[in-house]
Write a protein that binds this ligand. Structure first.
Ligand code: NDP
Length: 287
């Protein structure tokens, strides 16, 4: 099924999305605020629309991938009338609340809405390494699934448009903690002239191995029993964490990337949870 598609936004990600549609054989109409970015795509067979309204009018399926939701409103606001009867798939990064607000606005224009999260970097688009999260209009997802699958595996999470960004942001949040820890570790060994590239394989193996704890944390969080299966209790971890902060300072490294965990551990210990697992920290995050 080589159904046609419109793509608004030809940044690093938009270009990769357009390329995947085109190599998948889908007639693709593209538009970008700054002209000139469509040239390599036109060479692959894309149609370069003269304006956003023309691009939206060209096809029933309209995919948008811009910097943020404010830029989506900048682009779609003036051409809202052209959306009637179309399906808008918004692959722009945003929050669940922004997605729900966008879903309402798009419905008011008489169009179907799918929100999406891209779990890949541009070179991964269209490969087996890419997956994308979708939520919103299930009928629209079912109809357009073949073309969406060109970008990467497509996961539909539910009718609440906020679900895709919720999962997306949760995955990015988990990644950000991993990156923060890794950068701190690389800086720390660097204080003794250890090349980051020399230490990196050991660090990568360690972090990869430590992800084995995630399913146990999840069980503890679901059950509320943070003592279940514990092997590294918070009391022990809080004592060791003092050394993580102290070693950073002794070596002349700011501990700010790792520091936020410490007061939370201390609070759990002070509240009598020293024998429990680290997963109990989520109790302190709930407002
Ligand atoms: P880029 O910075 O490369 O491109 C940004 C795009 O947004 C450009 O097309 C730019 O147009 C457009 N834009 C920005 N502001 C406006 C505006 N006010 N009006 C109209 N167009 C605007 O970003 P990416 O392509 O990398 O990212 C796009 C989205 O994809 C983001 O939401 C990002 O979070 C998400 N994403 C990106 C990943 C990545 O690794 N790159 C991974 C996963 C998701 P112009 O050319 O005119 O400046």
């Amino acid at each position: 099924s080589n159904s046609p598609v419109t793509l608004l936004g030809l940044g690093a990600m938009g270009k990769a999305l357009a390329t995947a549609f085109l190599t998948g054989g889908h007639p693709t109409t593209v538009w970008n605020r700054t002209p000139g970015k469509a040239e390599p795509l036109v060479a692959l067979g894309a149609t370069d629309a003269a304006g956003a309204a023309e691009a939206v009018a060209a096809n029933e399926l309209v995919v948008v991938c811009l910097l943020d939701y404010a830029s989506v409103r900048d682009v779609l606001g003036p051409v809202a009338g052209a959306l009637r009867g179309r399906t808008l798939v918004n692959l722009t990064n945003g929050t669940p609340a922004q997605a729900r607000e966008m879903a309402e606005w798009v419905a008011a224009q008489g169009a179907a809405y799918l929100d999406g999260g891209i779990m890949a970097i541009p070179p991964g688009i269209g490969t087996e390494h890419a997956f994308l999260l979708y939520s919103g209009d299930q009928g629209a997802f079912d109809t357009h699934r073949p073309v969406l699958e060109r970008l990467g595996r497509a996961h539909f999470l539910g009718r609440d448009a906020g679900l895709a960004p919720l999962f997306d942001i949760a995955l990015l949040s988990g990644m950000s903690g991993m990156i923060a820890g890794a950068l701190h570790a690389l800086a720390l060994v660097g204080t003794e002239n250890v090349a980051a590239t020399e230490f990196a394989p050991m660090l990568q193996g360690w972090i990869t191995a430590m992800t084995i704890g995630i399913p146990l944390y999840a069980e503890q969080i679901d059950s509320g029993d943070y003592a279940h299966g514990v092997v590294s209790n918070v009391g022990m971890q809080a004592a060791a964490y003092v050394n993580l902060i102290r070693a950073a300072e002794d070596q002349g490294i700011s501990p700010e990337l790792i520091a936020p965990l410490k007061p939370l551990m201390d609070r759990r210990v002070a509240a009598g949870h020293a024998h429990e697992d680290l997963s109990g920290l989520v109790e302190l995050l709930r407002k």
